[in-house]
Design a protein around this ligand. Structure first.
Ligand code: PEP
Ligand code: MG
Length: 558
């Protein structure tokens, strides 16, 4: 039997299924025999205990996992929820029943809101379970420990469980609920744990059944044949070999180089990026250095930071982005005026132009840091919408001593006029995060429209293709530095559309490197053509996955 879902990562794993234990049943609604005051004491202790336990778990992890656990710890302390619990206790409920009812009401509200917020409902269910287990003196619900490696099967996983999985035991995850932005997915991605989420039919998997989870294909085979297990083992060995091979430069199967670069926001990330094989920096987000500053940084202050980054990449390319202030990243010294629609306001290059002395200082600091180091410094401007802006920033950067100046393509107008834009500058770097936001008219920080923020959307890919074609026509580099480049399959598509380098958070480099090596340029172009022709994001992804699965299984060209 084969089930399908959304795959996280690209690995294949096989092993016996172990199900997460069933959740605690809903408590009986019989009235309290202890009285409201005693019940309040019990509920308060249990909520505080769970909040402290989650905060303590947060201390043991880092990154996204830490943020999720801290948020959960705060939810357990939420005053509105406490008031709700107290009212139920005053009405004669037991602590168990009051906690259950109050959390369930909150969860239903989140589910009703849909999208990103609905995917937070699991977080609340988990807190409710933990508080009720504590009230009854039971162990906190959690991941089983059968004493051998296994594939964990669950309805959905709580962040507290996903964050602290024993990766020596848990080979992968299969959940019947959850989408690509659920915390299970985010945390699995961060831990490089293969997972399949939103698998309908996963409820029927029982303990001990053998599973083959193929995250790249988005499939789980239940009770596979011996031949299927052998084929999966071959694929696992091939991928393991690729993963343990010495880090080589990013390249397609025929050796065509596709430099794989790091997205960084601080010099402190340099060492890790180098360790993971970054061949340079494709996006250094300078505004991250100055988010808390209430005055513009001096040339000397900036020079020191830029020198630290450039010094980490002797002989390699480092693309520094000029301050991208505004919308989700306001800088007090560049744009503090209130705007109704900040994403459409005076941000990025527009803000820099209204404070040209700050722009000149930044370019001056960059030129000075460049002179002190051996990296190949490129600078680029964010939020460029017109050819005139392209000409302006390219000329100013050259005038102030920067050899290579380019623009980010993250506004549809710049992509549509890519031919003129690339004629007027040295290179382009596509920021798919903003390009998706502006193409689909979906605020990238608004959970309720998160489904539209999908760079697989053919409307976005058609714009990328336009920039790729213009780059080829002018013989100029076209990088991609948005999150899209970190998705291994989408990375292949982007190269097929004409991207000449890819920049991503360093954790994603290995998977992207391994996937690129599986495809020739002709195959990447064929996959890109499939994605371009699709009617929507899901269709584009499905078409590419299907073509790749076919290649794996048939050994034919994609
Ligand atoms: C982008 O928009 O894709 C991008 C890389 O820039 P940022 O995410 O910093 O806006
Ligand atoms: Mg951007």
């Amino acid at each position: 039997m084969q089930l399908t879902g959304t795959g996280i990562g690209r690995r294949t794993i096989t092993g016996p299924a172990v199900r997460m234990p069933d959740p605690l049943p809903a408590p009986a609604s019989t009235p309290s025999t202890l009285g409201a005051e005693a019940e309040l004491g019990r509920a308060t202790d249990a909520l505080a205990g769970v909040s402290a336990e989650l905060a303590e778990r947060a201390d043991r992890v880092s990154g996204a996992a830490q943020g999720v656990l801290l948020a959960q710890s705060q939810m357990a302390n939420d005053p509105a929820l406490r008031t709700e619990v107290q009212q139920l206790l005053d009405g004669g409920a037991t602590a168990e029943s009051a906690v259950f009812t109050a959390f369930a009401a909150y969860r239903d509200m989140l589910l009703g809101l849909g999208g990103y917020l609905a995917e937070r409902a699991t977080d609340l269910d988990d807190i409710s379970q933990r508080v009720r287990a504590r009230l009854q003196g039971l162990p906190a619900p959690g991941v089983p420990d059968p004493g051998h490696p296994f594939v964990l099967v669950a309805t959905d996983l709580a962040p507290a469980d996903t964050a602290l999985l024993d990766l020596a035991q848990v080979l992968g995850l299969v959940t019947s609920e959850g989408g690509p932005t659920s915390h299970t997915a985010i945390l699995a991605r961060e831990q490089s744990l293969p997972a399949l989420v939103g698998v309908s039919g996963a409820e029927g998997i029982t303990d001990g059944q053998t599973l083959i989870v193929d995250a790249a294909a988005g499939t789980v085979v239940v009770d596979p044949t011996d031949a299927e297990v052998a084929a999966a083992q071959d694929r696992i060995s091939a991928l393991d070999e690729a993963a343990s091979a010495p880090i080589t430069p990013g390249a397609l199967a025929d050796g065509t180089l596709v430099p794989l670069l790091a997205n960084l926001g601080n010099p402190s990330g340099v060492a890790r990026a180098v360790e993971l094989g970054a061949e340079g920096v494709g996006l250094f987000r300078t505004e991250f250095l100055f988010l808390d500053a209430d005055r513009a940084p001096t040339v000397a202050e900036q020079q020191e930071q830029y020198r630290a980054v450039l010094a980490g990449f002797p002989g390699q390319k480092v693309v520094v982005r000029l301050l991208d202030a505004g919308a989700d990243k306001p800088l007090a010294f560049l744009n503090d005026a209130h705007e109704e629609n900040p994403a459409l306001g005076v941000r990025g290059l527009r803000a820099l132009r209204t404070h040209e002395s700050i722009l000149r200082d930044q370019l001056t600091a960059l030129a000075a840091a460049d002179a002190e180091t051996d990296a190949d410094l490129w600078v680029m401007a964010p939020m460029v919408a017109t050819v005139e802006e392209t000409e302006y920033i390219t000329a100013l950067a050259h005038e102030l001593g920067l050899r290579t100046a380019g623009v980010m393509v993250e506004v549809p107008s710049a992509a549509l006029l890519a031919d003129h834009v690339l004629a007027a500058t040295d290179f382009a770097s596509i920021g798919t995060n903003d390009l998706t936001q502006y193409t689909l008219a979906a605020d990238r920080v608004l959970g309720s429209v998160a489904q539209l923020q999908d760079p697989w959307h053919p409307a976005v890919l058609q714009l990328v293709a336009r920039v790729g074609a213009a780059g080829r026509a002018h013989g100029k580099p076209v990088g991609v530095c948005g999150e899209a480049a970190a998705d291994p399959l989408l990375a292949v598509v982007l190269v097929g559309l004409g991207a000449t380098s890819l920049s991503m958070s360093p954790a994603a480099l290995a998977d992207v490197r391994a996937e690129l090596a599986l495809h020739t340029p002709t195959q990447a172009q064929a996959l890109a053509a499939l994605a371009l022709q699709a009617s929507g994001a899901a269709e584009a992804q499905a078409a590419v996955r299907a073509a790749i699965t076919h290649t794996h299984h048939e050994g034919t060209d994609a």
